[in-house]
Design a protein around this ligand. Structure first.
Ligand code: AR6
Length: 177
């Protein structure tokens, strides 16, 4: 296993339970909560999270903003806004890659050693999972290979099927490196 591969892990479970330096939230441009992983993070963090989010003036698609984690075991939440899938011709791939890069830049700025990502845009925003997984793995691998921090990145998948896609993408990515 290469040094880069050793720094990227796949985990099956609920991201709100992870005691890591930062978890990433798949938010919307308002940053005021929603369903899916966003709803789960706000429920677990408590109302203080919404109060801090209200002071942030929203977030653009492809960008990210950082808050504290409040009642979560994670110290920080990095809120990023993935693109809504519109067929692939509206810059979705570049916007999704930007979500991963901006989130990692914010994590590095706070010296986060371990960061966990959900599968951004693959739920309500309907991004095809196989394509989103390739972008997630490619972008995170590139960042990790150029930066010492974060040391470890976890892809936190809600189900085993998604985790299998990540494992396959990591194998392909490692094979072509
Ligand atoms: N832990 C880990 N992964 C989860 C969890 C969890 N607790 N809950 C869901 N997932 P989605 P999006 C997975 O819809 O597509 C919200 O309303 C889920 O299986 O949460 O980026 C926001 O406010 C899926 O693979 O995010 C936005 O309006 C992945 O997380 C919109 O949804 C992302 O699904 C964002 O849509």
């Amino acid at each position: 296993m290469s040094e880069i591969e050793a720094r990227i892990r796949v985990h099956v479970g609920d991201i709100t339970r992870l005691a890591v330096d930062a978890i990433v939230n798949a938010a919307n441009t308002s940053l005021l909560g929603g369903g899916g992983v966003d709803g789960a993070i706000h429920r677990a963090a408590g109302p203080e999270l919404l109060a801090e989010c209200q002071s942030l003036n929203g977030c653009k698609v492809g960008d990210a903003k950082l808050t504290k984690g409040y009642r979560l075991p994670a110290r920080y939440v990095i809120h990023t806004v993935g693109p809504v899938w519109q067929g692939g011709g509206k810059g979705e791939a570049e916007l999704l890659a930007s979500c991963y890069r901006r989130s990692l830049e914010l994590a590095a700025g706070k010296d986060c050693r371990t960061v966990a990502f959900p599968a951004i845009s693959t739920g309500v925003y309907r991004y095809p999972k196989d394509q989103a997984t390739q972008i997630a793995v490619g972008t995170v691998s590139a960042f990790v290979s150029h930066n010492a921090v974060p040391e470890t990145v976890i892809f936190c998948c809600f189900d085993q099927q998604t985790a299998d896609l990540y494992q396959q993408a990591l194998l392909r990515n490692g094979g072509s490196a």
